[in-house]
Write a new protein. Structure first.
Length: 373
């Protein structure tokens, strides 16, 4: 067992939802403060802000000692009970944040540590509350109370490399990105491959309804924030993006690097026929990153252009909506989550669905939710 650490965390929203921020600190067994954290998070609810404070504090504790015996103290009964597994997590925003928390807990437990969540009265959480108010005021705080060498030595990973600070610990304002998969086309409904440079069908009536629903969901997420809307160059993405842009009162920009993978001579082919008649080649298209059909792209070629487009989006700042396709969205999630190629296919991505990511220019990112419809 590593060090004994106490995380104190809080979050708040002036308006609920309204201007929100979080605060967190970590103490050692003697009560000495090792780190103080605070940051604004834009418009959010109290509960979201409280979760963000918990995540920041728990990530810092893990950075200090990967196998620590951690107590997380909060005056939010909701977060404490949900993270303790006694209450269900019903709200989609909270489910994503709770999963991030469970992932951090698992990393600590896997390293030989432990994490316990305890409720404390608000009066006993005043230090974290003060930090969360600084976050709501727009302050970004990341104060490590150690000399430079101690800070460098805080959290070596299992292979001896220094673990980077987690993105929610105060790295400035992230770019908010909403990736939207286009609505269905006749090819989608028929289970046909439909890539870059192929037939390029339009949305069906069902696809237009999905695009409208996606537009309503995006509008609910971004509120009154200025929004940039990008789309791939394929008709179904441009049409989906146009519905979203009209709902938000803006225009679309087209970036061809967000196009679906090119399937070459297989464009328009029914997947059921390929599985039956060309099973080995179809497995190669799915599993071999370097495999490409004649006239088409390999997975790696598609990923290279998509991740270039992703970097440009993150560099824009603000809130950006991108109407794209299943494989480009999976490519971004694979990058952000560090997923091996064979694991990406386990992420659902329904037509018209939304995926939310907060991304920092230094390459760090947090997935807020996936496959929201």
């Amino acid at each position: 067992m590593g060090r004994t650490l106490r995380v104190e965390a809080d979050g708040g929203s002036r308006g609920n939802p309204g201007v929100a921020g979080y605060g967190a600190l970590v103490r050692d067994e003697a009560g000495t403060v090792l780190v103080e954290l605070a940051a604004p998070i834009g418009t959010a609810s109290n509960n979201v802000a409280e979760y963000r404070g918990m995540l920041a504090g728990l990530a810092a504790a893990h950075r200090i000692s990967a196998d620590a015996e951690v107590v997380v103290a909060m005056d939010s009964q909701l977060v404490v009970e949900q993270m303790s597994g006694r209450w269900k997590v019903k709200h989609p925003d909270m489910r994503a944040l709770a999963q991030q928390g469970r992932d951090l807990v698992a990393r600590i437990v896997d390293a030989g540590g432990s994490v316990d969540f305890v409720w404390v009265p608000r009066a006993d959480n005043s230090a974290a509350d003060a930090l969360s108010n600084r976050g709501m005021d727009g302050d970004e705080v990341e104060d490590w109370h150690a000399d430079e060498q101690e800070r460098d030595d805080l959290a070596p990973s299992r292979d001896g490399e220094q673990e980077p600070a987690r993105p929610w610990s105060g790295r400035g304002t992230p770019t908010r990105v909403v990736l939207v998969r286009h609505g269905v086309t006749a090819f989608t409904e028929q289970g046909r491959l439909d890539g870059r440079g192929g037939y390029d069908p339009d949305l069906t009536d069902a696809g237009r309804r999905q695009a409208q629903r996606a537009a309503d969901l995006v509008a609910g997420l971004v509120g009154d924030d200025p929004v940039q809307v990008l789309t791939s160059d394929l008709a179904r993405a441009r049409q989906t993006g146009a519905v979203i842009a009209e709902r938000l009162g803006t225009a679309i920009e087209v970036d061809r690097d967000w196009d679906e993978q090119s399937f070459g001579d297989w464009d328009g082919a029914a997947v059921r026929d390929l599985v039956k008649d060309a099973a080995e080649d179809f497995r190669a298209l799915r599993d071999d990153r370097g495999y490409a059909r004649p006239g088409g792209e390999s997975h790696d070629e598609m990923v290279e252009r998509v991740l270039g487009a992703w970097e440009r989006v993150v560099a824009r700042g603000g809130t950006v909506v991108v109407a794209s396709h299943r494989k480009p969205i999976l490519a971004v999630l694979g990058l952000v989550l560090g997923l091996p190629h064979e694991s990406m296919w386990r992420i659902a991505g329904s037509p018209g669905s939304l995926t939310g990511i907060e991304a920092w220019p230094d390459g760090q990112a947090v997935v807020a939710f996936t496959n929201r419809t």
